[in-house]
Ligand binder design. Structure first.
Ligand code: NAI
Length: 408
């Protein structure tokens, strides 16, 4: 039996997933990209080269190469969605809404929709936009991308720089869905041997575990004490983490754990054991990459996977640099990250002073207002994926173990 899989997006992750998926037997791969003229360009380049190539650096340091060709690259959601049983969204979170909206009329029952990565609020937004058909589907949201990767030549050549060992996802199976396959088995088949995919206790835990806490904590920690003078060089992002930034991140992580604990106290069927501290997450996920695991700061500054990564900066007069607050580290991780977690904290009734402080400061840089003081009542809240915007306000009253009764 041939399984039809749709991959949405045209960036680094989508290129990488497309080549890997198209190399698997018995999988027909289609690509949908709605962005500008990406579909036409990618399709032509792929035809001209009779496929695409991924160069792979395996975790033991050896190199490999894989070639394959997707069956279709299009910008037409109707053609793309016809008969597919799995849809992957591999784009930055601010682009998810356009895919949900364009695909909604064409998604069939018993489809699995996968955010790879999902980012906080993925399933809230997906089921909110899909409406009735959502009840007959399943929605999985992964905590991150399976690999570090980047496009070397658009439409033709992508570089995979390292596999994660494990990757976790929360899943909501709609109350009226009858999937004919096991979601995690099929996702594993598409991804290959690594990373090993793992199910998170429930989707709320998955939202709290989203790794959107790292970038804003570091950005705020660094730039809120900056004197405003342009810098000669772009500073290192992770390797440059200082005590203040590490402390902020650690406190944000403590606040998130407190939210998880309170939700579980109110709803004992919602297990939150997977909502662990960011330092413990580094210990689990980056064991082999970190030289000095003695503290959160050292886990970040001595992490091989982070080598050379710089702060997002804009060049100004005289070849100097100032921070770029519109980069996805804030543009994605505030409205599709911290604001969603703050929304869950409000529902649970847990104060989050440090998260509030960070949102308050960074939202000004984004020219947005999500929070006013410590309440999510800002005029731009509707552009975020806070549960307050969607049909999930009563999670703690009506949600079931995996939220299905409430959401779908
Ligand atoms: P990317 O920056 O390569 O994505 C760009 C693509 O997104 C564009 O080619 C276009 O197809 C789409 N897009 C951008 N703006 C759009 C808009 N306004 N409307 C519609 N589509 C738009 O992103 P990448 O690197 O593929 O990352 C995907 C996700 O994975 C992001 O959430 C990122 O934070 C995450 N991630 C990426 C890693 C990497 O190594 N590339 C590592 C870990 C996480």
């Amino acid at each position: 039996e041939i399984r039809k899989v749709l991959i949405c997006g045209g960036g680094n992750g989508s290129h990488c997933l497309t080549v890997l998926a198209a190399s698997r037997p018995n999988i027909e791969v289609r690509v949908l990209t709605l962005y500008q003229d990406e579909a036409e360009r990618w399709s032509k380049i792929c035809e001209d080269n009779n496929g695409m190539t991924v160069s792979i650096t395996y975790n033991d340091g050896t190199q490999g190469e894989l070639k394959s060709k997707p069956n279709l690259i299009t910008k037409d959601p109707k053609t793309a969605a016809k008969g597919v049983s799995v849809i992957f969204l591999t784009v930055p979170a601010f682009a998810h809404e356009s895919y949900f909206t364009e695909l909604a009329p064409y998604i069939g029952p018993n489809t699995l929709i996968v955010g790879l990565p999902g980012r906080a609020g993925f399933e809230f937004q997906c089921l909110h936009i899909l409406g009735d058909i959502g009840k007959q589907c399943a929605v999985a949201s992964f905590e991150s991308l399976p690999w570090a990767c980047r496009i070397l030549e658009f439409g033709k050549y992508v570089q995979l720089l390292g596999f994660k060992e494990i990757l976790a996802a929360g899943i909501i199976v709609g109350s009226q869905s009858k999937l004919s396959f096991s979601p995690f088995d099929v996702i594993q088949e598409v991804l290959g041997e690594k990373p090993v995919v793992k199910k998170i206790d429930n989707y709320i835990a998955g939202n709290l575990m989203s790794k959107s806490i790292v970038h804003p904590s570091v950005m705020y920690g660094k730039w809120s004490v900056w004197n405003g003078k342009p810098l000669d060089e772009k500073p290192l992002f992770y390797q440059g983490v200082d005590d203040r930034q590490a402390k902020l991140l650690s406190t944000v992580s403590d606040e998130i754990i407190a939210v998880g604990k309170e939700i579980e106290r109110q709803r004992p069927d919602m297990k939150m054991s997977s909502v662990n501290h960011i330092f413990d997450w580094y210990k689990d996920y980056y064991q082999d990459q970190v030289k000095d695991m003695s503290s959160l700061k050292m886990a970040m500054t001595t992490n091989k996977a982070y080598e050379g990564l710089k702060h997002p900066m804009n060049e100004v007069e005289g070849g100097k640099f100032v921070p770029d607050f519109t980069y996805r580290y804030t543009r994605e991780d505030i409205p599709f990250g911290l604001v969603v977690m703050k929304g869950l904290a409000e529902i649970a009734g847990v104060p989050t002073p440090t998260i509030d402080e960070i949102i308050n400061w960074l939202q000004v840089k984004l020219d947005k207002e999500y929070i006013v003081g410590n309440k999510l009542t800002g005029k731009d809240l509707k552009e975020s994926r806070a549960p307050q915007n969607m049909a999930v306000k009563k999670i703690l009253v009506c949600g079931g173990g995996n939220g299905a009764q409430c959401l779908a």
